[in-house]
Design a protein around this ligand. Structure first.
Ligand SMILES: *[C@@H]1O[C@H](CO)[C@@H](O)[C@H](O)[C@H]1NC(C)=O
Ligand SMILES: *[C@@H]1O[C@H](CO)[C@@H](O)[C@H](O)[C@H]1NC(C)=O
Ligand SMILES: *[C@@H]1O[C@H](CO)[C@@H](O)[C@H](O)[C@H]1NC(C)=O
Ligand SMILES: *[C@@H]1O[C@H](CO)[C@@H](O)[C@H](O)[C@H]1NC(C)=O
Ligand SMILES: *[C@@H]1O[C@H](CO)[C@@H](O)[C@H](O)[C@H]1NC(C)=O
Ligand SMILES: *[C@@H]1O[C@H](CO)[C@@H](O)[C@H](O)[C@H]1NC(C)=O
Ligand SMILES: *[C@@H]1O[C@H](CO)[C@@H](O)[C@H](O)[C@H]1NC(C)=O
Ligand SMILES: *[C@@H]1O[C@H](CO)[C@@H](O)[C@H](O)[C@H]1NC(C)=O
Length: 342
């Protein structure tokens, strides 16, 4: 606008006054131009001088953060830093009570780090000409906690035992197994034993250990009873004739150190001159069978913790009719009855 008026003034005759005004105006114009150029150059210089941001890094104060300890994440870069922003798992970081951002967001401090703080941390650094970021995946180590054993409390002899121990732990815990307080060979989460014996009964204990936190869990205890099974009776013969021979019944069961008991019907069989109990009670021998020995016989096997009973076995015993009765028949000459059996 001043330009237009100056053109107008140029046309008018020069006066001292107008001359002076022109000089002032020109100087002012030059100053303005100078300032503007200066500022412009400054800006160019600034942008030219300002480095791009590069080599952003997030460095933890420890490579193995353990729950409950203090951890710092430090965000650095080369180039002038104007702003730093932190994100966790893709969203804006919302600091909790136990978290502090300091030194213009350069250091993120976890006063007592928690397993929930595990995740991906991203630090974004910006200056007027560039922006760059770096991430750090933090895994908070903790545990072991809540140790427990899963598996059967009862198992048949010769069965396969499988116990599984679990614990909450990062990294995965190592396990140690004990039976009745004595260490047994297994360092995995599973304890497997094929063909269990009665001596495998007892208290199983599992302890978990975390090699990073260097903590050992309390023990989980699991009671196991190995039970007797497959109790069966075999007979030397089942078709017998009264007074004309002996019979042996033999009882077998899975396991060792068992005790045997024989049942005749519902009553216990006791040894006598006619009845022998041998082989630790597992064999029953009736030396002279009578018609009353048809049973049913059952064998009951026990160990201190369980009992198993066999299926019943019947003996079929043929016997001659009463001799007196036969004799009376004889007398009335009915010979064909002489060898009558039932
Ligand atoms: C974390 O940083 C703070 C301040 O920067 C410092 O006082 C503290 O010792 C650091 N902690 C660890 C574990 O490095
Ligand atoms: C902060 O730490 C204390 C002590 O370790 C803990 O009890 C509390 O739950 C923590 N708070 C948060 C928000 O994680
Ligand atoms: C029981 O007997 C059956 C058949 O004789 C056999 O297959 C099974 O393995 C036995 N079980 C045990 C625990 O000995
Ligand atoms: C097993 O544990 C029970 C109770 O926890 C205890 O009464 C028993 O004596 C233990 N048995 C052995 C062999 O340690
Ligand atoms: C463990 O204790 C139980 C119960 O007292 C016993 O039956 C078993 O034989 C014991 N086992 C070992 C290996 O000590
Ligand atoms: C901890 O155990 C894991 C395997 O479970 C192994 O990879 C790691 O190297 C161990 N760390 C230390 C410090 O012993
Ligand atoms: C079986 O029981 C009957 C009575 O019920 C008895 O007469 C017989 O002698 C018994 N036999 C044996 C071998 O115990
Ligand atoms: C054994 O005899 C009883 C009667 O004494 C009968 O009920 C049972 O069925 C018989 N068992 C067999 C296997 O024959």
């Amino acid at each position: 606008m001043m330009g237009f008026s100056s053109i107008g003034e140029k046309k008018s005759p020069l006066t001292k006054n107008s001359n002076l005004r022109f000089i002032i105006w020109a100087s002012f114009n030059h100053l303005l131009l100078f300032l503007f150029s200066y500022y412009f150059l400054l800006l160019i210089f600034f942008f030219w001088q300002t480095e791009k941001i590069s080599a952003v890094s997030v460095t933890p104060s420890t490579n193995l953060p353990v729950e409950g300890t203090s951890v710092n994440l430090t965000c650095e870069a080369s180039g002038p830093v104007f702003t730093r922003n932190w994100m966790k798992d893709g969203s804006e970081l919302t600091p909790t009570d136990n978290m502090t951002l300091s030194d213009n967001n350069r250091v993120l401090t976890f006063n007592t780090v928690n397993r929930k703080d595990s995740g991906e941390y991203f630090c974004q650094i910006s200056n007027p000409i560039s922006s760059d970021g770096a991430k750090y995946i933090m895994i908070v180590n903790y545990g072991p906690e809540k140790v427990q054993i899963k598996g059967p409390n009862k198992i048949n002899v010769k069965g396969t035992l499988k116990l599984i121990c679990s614990a909450e732990s990062t990294p995965t815990a190592r396990f140690t197994w004990f039976l009745n307080g004595t260490e047994i060979p297994s360092t995995s989460a599973e304890y497997i034993k094929e063909e269990v014996e009665l001596s495998d009964s007892g208290n199983y204990t599992c302890q978990a250990w975390n090699n990073i936190t260097e903590r050992t869990s309390s023990s989980a205890v699991h009671g196991l009873t190995v039970t007797v099974s497959n109790v069966s009776v075999t007979s030397s013969s089942t078709d017998l004739v009264e007074f004309s021979g002996s019979v042996s019944l033999s009882c077998s069961a899975s396991g060792s150190s068992l005790s045997f008991l024989w049942l005749n019907g519902s009553s216990e069989v006791t040894a006598s001159d006619r009845v022998q109990l041998t082989d630790g009670g597992s064999s029953l021998t009736i030396i002279t069978v009578t018609r009353f020995d048809q049973g049913p016989f059952r064998c009951s096997v026990s160990n201190p913790v369980s009992t198993g009973t066999s299926d019943p076995v019947n003996l079929s015993i043929s016997y001659k009719l009463n001799a007196l009765y036969l004799e009376s028949f004889h007398r009335v000459n009915v010979n064909f009855l002489c060898s009558l059996y039932i």
